[in-house]
Every structure is written in C-alpha cells, then in structure tokens.
Design a protein around this ligand. Structure first.
Ligand SMILES: *Cc1c(COP(=O)(O)O)cnc(C)c1O
Length: 409
C-alpha cells in the first residue's frame, strides 16, 4: 500500500526544498520596476550574496541557471583560443569544460577519477611545468554533485600561489554555497559561480558570478564580451535595468531576499555547521548499509565527501528500483546517478541523497528511514541497524556544538 501522501520530499541536489517563507515572499502581484522597494532590495541582495561568498569582490546576477553562470564566468575572463586547466572529479568540472570548448577555449582536463578529491600536489607539478604560462585559468568545483566529492579549495589555491602562476582560480560553488565553508578572498579565488536553487533555497532561474580584482582586470583586457553575459554593466549599473540586461526576475528577487534573511537569521556559520552535522548523520547510516551486499559510499575518505550530497553505489538495477519505490510508495524523490566521466549516460549503479539547503533533523531522518525501508521492501542486501547509528551520530554531534564551529578553524 502506498503511503505517498501529503508533503513530498525532494532529496535531490537541486532544486532543493523551498522554504514556505520563500514561497510566501514570492506570492505577490507584479511589483513596480521603476522605483521603490524592488530597486532598494536588489542592492541589498547583491551585498548579502557577497557576504555569503565572503568576498569584497563584485557580484553579477543573471536570469539563468548554473550553466548560464558557467558561461558568464568564462565569457568575461578567457578569450577564444586561450587555454584553461580543468580539474575533473566527477561530471561537473567536465560540464564547465564543455562550455569552455563551445566558446573556442582550449581545454586541458586533469582527471582525478570521481572517487577522491583533486590532489593539490599534481596541480602544483602541472603548473610548474607550464613555464610558458599558457594556462590562463584553473577551473574546479567545490562540491562535484555527481560524485559527491568535496574539493579542498584552500589547498588547491595555495598550490597555485606556491608556483607563483598567474592563472585565474575559478571555482564552481553551485552545489556548495551556503552549505560548505567557502572564503573567496581568503582562499585566493578569483572567480566563483553559484545558482539560486541549491544551498540558496530559491527556485531555479538565477545564476551568479563573483569576481575578484584580477578577474575584473581580465574582463577589461578582453576586446569583446557577449553583451548579455558582460558582467561590467551588472557590476556597476547606472540604470536599474542594467542589473539584469533587461527586465529583472522580480519574484525570484523577493524569494532570494527571504532566503538570504533566513541564512542571516540562522547565521552562516550555523548554516554550515548544520550541513556538516546532517551530512555526518547520512554518512553514519550509509557506512552501516555498506557493511553488507553491494551498497557503498562513492567517496571512501570522509575528508573528501561533500556536506551537500552523498553518492551511493548499489547492485545493477537496484538504484532505479529503490528510487521508484521511494517515489511511489513514500513520496521521497532520490537523486538519479550521473556518470562520473564525459558520457551523458545515467550512472545506472549510482543514486544520490541530497542534504543541502532547507533541511532539518526530521527531514533527513525521514529520508534515511525511507531508504532503509526501501532496501528491506525490495530485498536489497544492506547492513542492519543504520538508523540507530544515524540517530546516535546526530545526538552526539548536536551535543558538541564546539566541534562544528566554523570560526574556530
Ligand atoms: C547543479 C550544478 C550545476 C548546473 O546547474 P544548472 O542550474 O543545472 O545549470 C553546475 N555545477 C554544479 C556543481 C552543480 O551542482
């Protein structure tokens, strides 16, 4: 008998769960786009986005998804014919690389295999060998949403600086902003891209680029930038419509304003600590499931795991059966497996549990309970007692808040 009744749960890595507060903020008539509240609100949104990214740099907002932000980041910094180095740890670095190729940029991929984080030593060695300084940018993701790798952005940035290489450091935080610790200025990141529908808890439809001084200078050095993606007018709009090169995404702005208020009320450090605790809870359950049968965490090393999404391996066909059961019988949508290479095929032996954005203990414990019940209902071999261990992990983590304090790092 199906119990898929009432409120459904999207445990997928974007769009994430949208808070009722955000939905309510968007439920309004079309606002005045010439004067008043919307105009003033847009400036506060830009300020608060920079706060979340921990940067004094410039932010440009686009009507578009993460792919639009990918394209914008490259269109403003790298000329056709120039070369970039992409660190691949799953699918998403490769997706950004595809956009670069489409813009006529030469792409070199450094492959790390989708089961572990990018190695700063390999990056450092490659940059040392680039004596002609042909590499104009190093591009990586913080959370690779396909593999659930967490790349160590500070360490990779340190490797670039150790060589004294002038390449721009460009980081995709689409799945990790407002989930994982990220400090654009402190870590030497020149360009960061983000989107509205993951940690920022707002419907898909807005993409963001953040640019430090070196990236702003790179834009100035280009002779031509496609007008829609040009971030220059968006950085310094003389007229309101220049924020968005046309009509503003009015309702998204109201939603995003509310989401940023929620992040500020909770405190960014607490938001990150909450993600870390809930991720530990998911890992605790998954590590027990993995003791029996073919279930496994895609990333073995905890230090290399994203706090926003967890990719699991299972026997052939099992992820599809589990996802179907969770959706139809329990109202929980689990993430599909994505390929961890350049193919666009579904990763048939993978599935994902997202734990990003608007999420609390009953929501994540509910999802873990449904996955656990699904294994049993479908006779998928798994270690028993995962929920008990998850609840112990949760209780212990919540009792020791100092262990999770970001500012103490
Ligand atoms: C979701 C995601 C993207 C793509 O975003 P879209 O809005 O689907 O275009 C890019 N990079 C990462 C890391 C993502 O998680």
């Amino acid at each position: 008998m199906s119990l898929a009744y009432g409120r459904t749960t999207r445990a997928i890595p974007g769009p994430s769960m949208i808070p009722d507060r955000v939905l309510r903020a968007m439920h309004r008539e079309a606002p005045n786009i010439y004067e008043g509240e919307l105009i003033e609100m847009t400036a506060t949104i830009a300020q608060d986005l920079k706060r979340v990214a921990r940067t004094e740099g410039k932010v440009a907002m686009y009507i578009g998804n993460g792919h639009a932000a990918w394209e914008a980041s490259l269109a403003n910094t790298i000329a056709s014919g120039e070369k970039v180095l992409v660190l691949a740890t799953g699918r998403f670095g490769l997706g950004w690389a595809d956009i670069a190729r489409g813009l006529g940029i030469e792409v070199e991929v450094m492959e790390f295999g989708g089961r572990a984080a990018a190695d700063p030593d390999r990056l450092e060695a490659r940059l040392r060998a680039d004596t002609g300084r042909e590499i104009k940018a190093v591009m990586t993701v913080q959370t690779d949403t396909a593999s659930s790798v967490n790349n160590h952005i500070a360490a990779l940035g340190a490797a670039i600086r150790a060589v004294g290489h002038p390449a721009l450091y460009m980081v995709d935080c689409i799945a990790s902003l407002a989930c994982e610790d990220f400090r654009m200025d402190e870590w030497g990141v020149d360009v960061m891209v983000a989107a509205s529908q993951k940690g920022l808890m707002t419907p898909p439809g807005m993409g963001f680029t953040f640019a430090g001084p070196r990236a702003v200078a790179a834009r100035e050095a280009l002779t031509r930038v496609s007008p829609y993606f040009d971030w220059k007018p968006r950085h310094n709009p003389a007229l309101y419509y220049q924020h968005f090169c046309g009509t503003a995404p009015t309702h998204h702005l109201y939603g995003l304003r509310e989401a940023l208020d929620m992040i500020a009320e909770e405190g960014l450090d607490n938001v990150i600590a909450r993600h870390r605790i809930l991720a530990r809870t998911v890992w605790a359950a998954a590590e027990v499931w993995a003791e029996v049968g073919q279930i496994a965490l895609n990333i073995a090393d905890r230090a290399d795991r994203s706090v926003a999404v967890t990719t699991l391996r299972a026997g052939p066909g099992d992820p599809a059966r589990l996802r179907r059961w969770a959706e139809d019988e329990a109202g929980v949508t689990l993430g599909i497996g994505l390929p961890l290479d350049a193919s666009l095929q579904h990763g048939g032996d993978l599935f994902r549990i997202a734990h990003m954005g608007h999420l609390n203990p009953p929501m994540i414990m509910g999802t873990l309970g449904v996955v656990d019940a699904g294994f049993k209902a479908l006779d998928i071999a798994h270690g028993g007692g995962a929920l008990r261990v998850a609840s112990e992990t949760l209780a212990e983590a919540m009792a020791a808040p100092a262990d999770w304090a970001i500012s103490a790092e």
